[in-house]
Write a protein that binds this ligand. Sequence first.
Ligand code: PLP
Length: 395
Amino acid sequence: MKLSRRVLNMSPSPTMAITSKAKELKAKGVDVIGFGAGEPDFDTPYHIKEAAKEAIDMGFTKYTPPAGIPELRRAVADKLERENGISYEPEQVVITDGAKQALFNLMLSVVDEGDEVIIPAPYWVTYPEQVKFAGGRPVFVETKEIKGFALTLEELKPAVTSKTKMVILCTPHNPTGSVIPKEELQRIGEFCAERGILIASDECYEYLTYDGFKHTSIASLSEEIKAVTVTINALSKAFSMTGWRVGYAAGPKEIIDAMIKINSQSISNVNSIAQKAAVAALTKPKDFLKEWLEAFDQRRRYMVETLNSIPGVSCLMPKGAFYAFPNVKELLKLGNFKDDWALAEFLLSEAKIAVVPGSAFGYPGYLRLSYATSMENIEEGLRRFKEAVERRLNG
Ligand SMILES: Cc1ncc(COP(=O)(O)O)c(C=O)c1O
């Protein structure tokens, strides 16, 4: 059977492949420590699970509207007003199968053959693949390590052409942990609003910021910016609900209606039980977050400090999310590695640790390590990293 050009042109997610490989090895009894996964190691909070159990017991197990249950759309609109300072009507909200499907529906709703979508690099692996799938052309803008990998308007401007349809912003950022400051978001937002360029604002890691850095939602900065922005978020990272698959998008009604139409002809609706759980997550206090953030912060500091003690490795302190993105260019030279893929393979076979090479995020010469794993794993995994490198360099 000949597969479609569209699907043949799509690459599978490398982060998911590396995580699966690590899990496979583990199942075979190999003691692998995984730094690949982008999911918190905490359990979903108890009151959220209780809401799901209640939904099952109440028989809330049927189709829901493709846009999501009214109660959840209202809870999202209230949350965006209360926490992010953006006022949307519930009709401007669509509930999706995680943030990934929100982005997917957005691409299919607005991108036409030949349209250009600007993606700052390094980038989350899914963005370019979804743009291509929709018929668009990803245009990459390299952010700079020296500026903490946070996109600036000066970097964005030269990439804009008459074909530019959209720019994808992700702050706090995967894979670098950068946070775009409010003033820069304002400048980028005003520039896009003046030119009618759509902004997809992926805010999945909004709660995870450190050292006093604060997340700003770009749509909150002016009515003009809001009019060209689709705000995307999910419960996956914030509430440790990666497997539940609940996300959402909020934005101009015309775009949201198109995304709902796609839901109606594809997934029908997000799981009814998970939607009830999401209402509890968004409307009840988030006392658990403080403890999670403290744990992430402690792991972040330990990981960055230890990475910086490994020969040939230098790592910036991430301001948000739960990833470290060390520069390993010097190590590649010292250890005679062909590239960052070769280094990642070496670390998997020699140190039994799974990391993702920067090349997977369009940024060779780096690695991504997630610190959404226990402190014990981080200590042991980095000890092995350091030892394997020292053996290679001294042996
Ligand atoms: C930046 C970013 N956006 C979106 C997602 C997808 O989230 P979800 O699991 O809600 O689809 C991820 C997950 O890794 C991510 O890192």
